[in-house]
Design a protein around this ligand. Structure first.
Ligand SMILES: C[S@@+](CC[C@H](N)C(=O)[O-])C[C@H]1O[C@@H](n2cnc3c(N)ncnc32)[C@H](O)[C@@H]1O
Length: 361
């Protein structure tokens, strides 16, 4: 395919995902309104037309950036079309079934409910929540199978484009290790979930050693399904808390974390940052992707309020006012910068280089 044709195909692909997501949202809201209407306090505030236009424009912008970064060779153009079509066909009907149960739980304010067979012992208390009103929170295969589809619909098809925005800063940061072979680079994704970010990191760094941690065994199983058919070294997946990473000091050259921080209470946010600092090599890069924040996007405040009203996100309100740059610099990160793409914000932070004479491996 010639480039303009591929670009057109990519635009059509994203456009259809947006249209299908919006159609799903409209239809499901109508159905829920009939069968199990949301309680008045769960109704979202209507957004101003200029805000809707701004959101649309930023969605188009992130697709352009996604396309352009593929054209620069940052990652192969083929990953722009990566979509779990079999999963979508298999799990979409279940999403409807699940939605009715979610609505019932949400209306009744049942926020910490798990199927009897789920063992909740050993997890931090803050984690034992039905985040987004998901059945079983993050603790079942059912939840892991529906998660990607649900998130992509929520972001009108833009979830992967947001995840891929960590790749540019990661690659730039890893240039600090020019003496290290492609195979010698070690990259960790904290709270890797179903492995989509790791899949994109693998496409960008085909030879690097990749690692993923997550608290959910079910999500790690799903990540393993996604990642194991990819040729090359299999990323090492470990069930662990980001607050206590099971790695030695100064081990990784790069660390990413996508959509984790808004689901952590402030103390846990701080600990994850401290742990990322500990396990990063001097000169290493830490890239965080999460929601935009009220502190720098006041025009989207209603949208953010809607998010915490409609979905069960107990730590989101604090998150949107939390100064992560300050947290990062307090533990010693330097060269901290931020970016925004669509409805995500990115923090790029570097661990201090070693003192003169020390070598970086
Ligand atoms: C919103 S999901 C994001 C998953 C994935 N990064 C993505 O891009 O879709 C949040 C993930 O964080 C994990 N998680 C939450 N708290 C955690 C913690 N303290 N340590 C490790 N993983 C955690 C959850 O199990 C879940 O997979």
């Amino acid at each position: 395919m010639s480039d303009p044709l591929t670009q057109l195909t990519y635009q059509a692909f994203q456009y259809s995902k947006s249209v299908l997501s919006l159609a799903h949202k409209t239809l499901s809201n109508q159905v829920l309104e009939m069968v199990a209407p949301p309680t008045p306090e769960r109704k979202p505030q209507p957004l101003k037309p200029e805000v809707i236009n701004q959101i649309r424009a930023s969605l188009e912008q992130i697709y352009q950036t996604d396309w352009q970064e593929a054209q620069t060779g940052l990652y192969p153009t083929s990953i722009l079309f990566d979509t779990p079509i079999e999963d979508i066909l298999r799990y979409y009907p279940l999403l409807w079934w699940d939605m009715l149960q979610m609505q019932e739980r949400a209306n009744q304010k049942r926020y910490q409910e798990f199927s009897p067979e789920i063992d909740t012992v050993g997890y931090p208390r803050y984690y034992l929540q039905n985040f987004h009103h998901q059945t079983d929170g993050y603790l079942s295969d059912w939840s892991a199978n529906l998660y990607d589809l649900g998130v992509d619909i929520l972001f009108n098809g833009g979830a992967d484009a947001m995840r891929r925005r960590v790749l540019g800063p990661l690659k730039a940061g890893l240039q600090a290790f020019e003496g290290v072979s492609a195979r010698g680079l070690r990259v960790l994704d904290v709270a890797c979930g179903t492995g989509r970010t790791l899949k994109f990191i693998r496409a960008t760094f085909p030879k690097a050693s990749l690692y993923g941690v997550d608290l959910s065994a079910a999500y790690l199983r799903k990540a393993n399904q996604l990642l194991s058919p990819i040729p090359g070294e299999l990323p090492q997946l470990i069930q662990a808390n980001g607050e206590a990473l099971p790695y030695q000091d100064n081990y990784f050259h790069g660390i990413t974390s996508v959509f984790l921080f808004h689901e952590l209470p402030p103390v846990a946010r701080q600990k994850v940052i401290e742990e990322a600092y500990r396990v990063l090599q001097p000169g290493g890069v830490f890239v965080i992707c999460d929601s935009i924040q009220a502190i720098d996007s006041p025009e989207f405040k209603e949208m953010m309020e809607n998010f915490s009203v409609m979905f069960h996100e107990p730590y989101y309100r604090h998150y949107i006012t939390d100064d992560l740059s300050d947290r990062l610099s307090q533990v010693g990160f330097e060269g901290i910068s931020t970016e925004q793409h669509f409805v995500s914000k990115y923090w790029i932070a570097h661990k201090k280089h070693t003192l003169a004479g020390d070598t970086v491996k």
